[in-house]
Design a protein. Structure first.
Lengths: 566, 184
């Protein structure tokens, strides 16, 4: 008989992801993904000055503030057909790269590694053997037995105190945990080091953006960074040099640690290359523009239907006509009024809460669809569309990752394996390695352009009374982000944000098609249904961001994640 | 010189959740602080908060708190009150994480000696609204608690003779012309 399991992190205020699965013979037979809170923040933008919108949208989310700022200014620039000076493009690109590197590091180590790494195995590890193993995998200079011993001592101290502290509530000792004590120690030591390197990446965002969180340097039509190579109060050579040094350290961590760890951990869980595929329609937009009008990019975009890699369709621009016309949002199973899918420019956000009902409405997330189909977004989508198009940088790191996994696991890892839970982790590491190379490139592009004497950073926007529509996209750490704006008489008439987690967490649509989270959970084996670690592994592999908006400290802190087995 | 962070936490777009950022803005507009004090609107930083608090001598955070009490009630919490709580098993890895942040800082040996959370009980989280009346009336009391903590820490401050004008730009029709609080 089927069991029903609900995983619902109950807090009273924050919007959270809730997952319901039916389990039959220790395998997931049905799944529902829902978000428990309505935000409706877009409505407060109506009637406002489009030049101000980004200051509001970057408050949508506490973690990805920068990405919502960027998509917003791009939507208004698209509506006005406004070009962006080269310096501004490069400064923005550097911010986006640094933010993404920070985000990918934190996602793997702090937010999902402990789904695979068993903390309680660490005291059993031999630091010398760990160092030997680590040296065989990477030239990273901080893989010494002293580093491993120090990290192990931290865990031993915590374990000896009887208080697991930050590690309380993990599924330690779960039968799905399979790493050796040494690999557990290796990954945990890098978890500790990752805290330092993600901070360096964030410092770059702060240096270029004025501060973080909430960068201050954007403006519709460019950036507000004054460029003067000799002035301390502007973007000077000293400051650029500091940025180069910080980025260099982050790049080294990505290439010698993060990329290697993902390949090594993946190679030890080969069964997870066959679990968690789900929706094999993929969508990614081009990003990191290389000219003022946005006609060529360093990250390719496009879409794939039904896993048909050979039939990949590229997007030429970040606001490609096929993308602009192809997006709709369906509310059949979402708590909103409406009886048909609507294009975001015509989008409505009128709530109609009915309570959770898996047959009817069950989520505050709408169902975005592209050409009527659910689409998976994120680093995997971007890597697959790039790989299919023969994009050299994508191929370089995708092939390197597959070769490393093959060597460690002693198998022949092929690109097909990427349609999986581990494929999403591998693709994120591949994307991070690509971005780490592009960090150097865009820093050099900026410096070279300034050296030519171009100090321009801004083209002023001009509004007329006509009604105009725009879409601003960004291939964010979690995938395709798009902001859709309608402007009339210089004011915002409508505004909709279609965010990556909406694509991936979407509920069923009018045709009953599952969203990507839901589809990815089907047929997942569960060793112990009352401890659904396997469900968390797949959901975390998407890097979900749902509680984007509201923060309240709950001092009772007792009950937080409820796992209910019916 | 003590390295002290006074940080406002919360989402300004969601009514009373903006009380933390509003209060640090108020403090910055009305007082001058001795060097070493940084005032910051931290938004909803999740684990990025680790970087903000690491290596400080003392941290004062201002946030809305969910407790059974009248809206506008001001409650104080010390580090031990927070770290004794159980961290979450999170579905969504970006959830706010004050408990995890302090536990992580503690584990990695960079936790500030003194942590105070000044909590204000909210009434409403409606998008696009200013502070509710009971929460707006609690601002003065919460500011008083922050200043008392500075006295306790031996950190100097004095009222400005001409307070700066502040707005809740997120809840009004005006443009957000004022620069945000920036890092010291």
């Amino acid at each position: 008989m089927a069991q029903r399991i609900t995983i619902d992190p109950i807090t009273r205020i924050e919007g959270h992801l809730r997952i319901d699965v039916e389990v039959d013979n220790n395998s997931v037979s049905n799944a529902w993904a829902s978000c428990t809170m309505w935000r409706g923040i877009e409505k407060i933008l109506r009637g406002r000055d489009p030049r101000d919108a980004w200051l509001f949208t970057q408050r949508f989310c506490g973690v990805c503030t920068t990405v919502h700022a960027m998509a917003s200014v791009r939507s208004v620039e698209d509506a006005l057909q406004l070009e962006v000076p080269l310096n501004a493009q490069y400064v923005r690109n550097l911010i986006l790269i640094a933010h993404a590197l920070h985000d990918h590091i934190v996602h793997f180590y702090q937010l999902s590694a402990l789904d695979w790494v068993d903390i309680l195995q660490i005291p059993k590890a031999d630091p010398v053997a760990t160092a030997k193993l680590a040296e065989s995998l990477s030239p990273w200079t901080r893989n010494s037995k002293e580093e491993f011993k120090a990290a192990q001592d931290k865990v031993k101290a915590v374990a000896a105190s009887g208080q697991l502290g930050i590690f309380t509530n993990g599924y330690w000792g779960h039968p799905a945990m399979k790493l050796s004590p040494e690999v557990n120690l290796l990954a945990f030591t890098h978890y500790v080091q990752a805290l330092e390197y993600q901070r360096k990446a964030l410092q770059v965002v702060g240096m270029l953006g004025g501060k973080t969180p909430h960068i201050q340097n954007l403006t519709v039509g460019g950036v507000a960074n004054a460029i003067d190579l000799d002035s301390q109060s502007a973007l000077s050579m000293d400051r650029l040099e500091m940025i180069r040094v910080l980025l260099g350290e982050v790049v080294q961590f990505i290439q010698q640690v993060y990329f290697v760890d993902v390949c090594a951990v993946a190679a030890m869980y080969p069964e997870w290359f066959k679990i968690g595929s789900g929706v094999k329609n993929y969508l990614a937009v081009p990003d990191l523009p290389l000219d003022t009008r946005g006609t060529s990019y360093d990250l390719p975009g496009g879409y794939i239907m039904n896993g048909n890699i050979g039939g990949t369709q590229p997007f030429k621009t970040a606001a490609d006509a096929v993308f602009r016309q192809g997006v709709t949002e369906d509310v059949t199973h979402a708590y909103y009024q409406g009886d048909k899918p609507l294009h975001p420019w015509k989008g409505e956000t009128e709530p109609e809460f009915t309570g959770w009902n898996g047959e009817q409405k069950y989520s505050w997330v709408k169902s975005p669809r592209f050409q009527g189909q659910p689409m998976q977004v994120g680093p995997l989508a971007q890597v697959l569309v790039g790989f299919a198009q023969g994009h050299p940088l994508t191929r370089k790191y995708a092939e390197l990752a597959l070769a490393k996994v093959s060597a460690i696991a002693g198998v022949n890892a092929t690109p097909d394996l990427l349609h999986s839970t581990l494929g999403r982790h591998a693709a994120r590491a591949i994307r991070a390695a690509m971005l780490s190379e592009l960090a150097d490139k865009h820093w050099q592009l900026l410096v070279d352009n300034i050296a030519k004497g171009d100090l321009s950073v801004h083209n002023p926007p001009v509004f007329n009374g006509h009604e105009v529509e725009g879409v601003g996209t960004h291939e964010a750490p979690r995938g395709t982000l798009s902001h859709w704006v309608v402007i009339k008489d210089g004011k915002i008439k409508n505004y909709q944000a279609v965010v990556p987690s909406t694509w991936n967490a979407s509920p069923r649509d009018q045709n009953g098609a599952h969203g990507p989270y839901e589809a990815s959970l089907l047929r997942t084996p569960l060793a112990r249904p009352q401890e659904p670690l396997e469900v968390l592994r797949t959901i975390h592999s998407f890097d979900p961001c749902m509680a984007c908006a509201c923060h309240t400290f709950d001092p009772s802190g007792q009950q937080i994640a409820k796992v209910k087995v019916l | 010189m003590k390295n002290v962070l006074i940080g406002g936490i919360g989402n300004v777009l969601l009514g009373d959740d903006g009380v933390g950022p509003y209060i640090v803005r108020f403090l910055d507009a009305h007082y001058e602080f001795e060097p070493g004090v940084e005032i910051a609107d931290l938004g909803t930083p999740a684990l990025d908060l680790i970087d903000q608090i690491s290596g400080r001598d003392a941290v004062i955070l201002v946030d809305s708190v969910e407790v059974e009490a009248e809206p506008g009630t001001v409650q104080l919490y010390r580090k031990e009150d927070i770290t004794r709580l159980t961290p979450q098993v999170r579905m969504d890895p970006h959830s706010p994480a004050l408990v995890e942040t302090l536990l992580a800082a503690e584990m990695f040996g960079k936790t500030p000696a003194e942590v105070l959370l000044v909590g204000i009980v909210p009434q409403s989280f409606e998008a696009g609204c200013a502070l509710s009346d009971p929460v707006a009336e609690a601002v003065e009391a919460a500011v008083g608690k922050v200043l008392e903590e500075l006295d306790h820490l031996g950190v100097g401050y004095r009222p400005k003779s001409q307070p700066d004008h502040i707005t809740t730009w997120w809840a009004s029709g005006i443009s957000p012309e004022e620069p945000e609080l920036s890092k010291a």
